[in-house]
Design a protein around this ligand. Structure first.
Ligand SMILES: [Zn+2]
Length: 287
């Protein structure tokens, strides 16, 4: 039994990042409408974007072997999602490869192996977190390095980091391998209404209303973590931005200032630019 969804107001994800500057309530609402509209055109667009997301994650070194998953609810549905067959390298995923998986874990369309953590992590996250139409779980190196520290917090020591500060949840201790949906349910509770969950001793979970939104946060989370790890690697003390400035900067971002450029959302401009990179280097992603 499938559950069709109506377009809903964007209430789930607070703004985050420089890039997050780019994510206003207005743009999120537009994305939500687009991602919840059913039909072959909407599904085709979601498939192309999710395939691009796999290729780009591989391009930027965010993958680990063939592990982890990047998933997206089928537009117009709240109980089935797109999943790449396990075994494909993210650099070879195509739009036509995705299986559609329902919330019973059954293949609705497509074919290929389903790796268990897709059902144990992504299925419950999609089910329980309304802002998670797209769910990206990676062991990307710099964010994971932060997760390995006694204090994993992203520090307000760079502009990119400040933009993400109030959109990250940290309280999810490592609990061994995910063997049932309880692990994904625990992650969804820890995520709350935020869009980023840093999993202690494990990696990152990033969600969004659209593939472009989620990838934007994944990308800039890794960039901010990379800068912090590099700064700490000097052995010298971090210079943190004073708290009043941090709060004033967050307020600027929350206001949505600078989000639109030339009438378009910066998130979409960035994702479109990245897809053009793929069009030049590996155009079969959209097949
Ligand atoms: Zn993992």
């Amino acid at each position: 039994m499938s559950a069709r969804v109506n377009p809903v107001p964007s209430t789930g994800i607070p703004p985050a990042g420089t890039t997050v500057a780019a994510i206003t309530a207005g743009s999120a609402a537009a994305a939500t409408t687009a991602e919840t509209t059913a039909g072959p055109t909407a599904e085709r667009r979601a498939r192309v974007d999710l395939a691009a997301c796999h290729r780009l994650a591989a391009h930027f070194g965010l993958n680990e072997g063939i592990d982890n998953h990047l998933t997206m609810l089928v537009p117009g549905y709240s109980d089935r999602f797109l999943l790449a067959p396990f075994g494909l390298h993210w650099s070879e995923v195509r739009a036509s490869d995705f299986m559609v998986i329902d919330f019973e874990g059954r293949i609705v369309s497509g074919h290929g192996p389903i790796e268990d953590t897709a059902l144990y992590i992504h299925l419950p996250v999609h089910k329980l977190a309304p802002q998670a139409r797209c769910a990206l779980h990676t062991h990307m190196p710099y964010a994971t390095a932060l997760c390995m520290l006694e204090n994993p917090r992203l520090e307000p020591a760079s502009q990119t980091a400040i933009g993400l500060l109030d959109d990250i949840a940290y309280e999810c201790d490592y609990n061994g391998l995910a063997f049932d949906q309880a692990e994904g349910e625990r992650m969804a509770r820890a995520l709350g209404s935020k869009s980023i969950l840093l999993l202690r001793n494990h990696g990152a979970l990033v969600v969004g209303h659209s593939v472009a939104q989620a990838f934007e946060r994944l990308y800039f989370l890794e960039r901010a973590a990379q800068a912090q790890v590099l700064a700490l690697s000097t052995g010298r003390a971090l210079r943190r931005v004073p708290e009043p400035v941090v709060q004033a900067t967050l307020a600027q971002w929350r206001s949505g200032a600078g989000t639109q450029v030339g009438g378009r959302d910066r998130v979409d401009l960035h994702f479109d630019a990245l897809k053009r990179l793929l069009d030049r280097t590996s155009p079969d992603y959209s097949v």
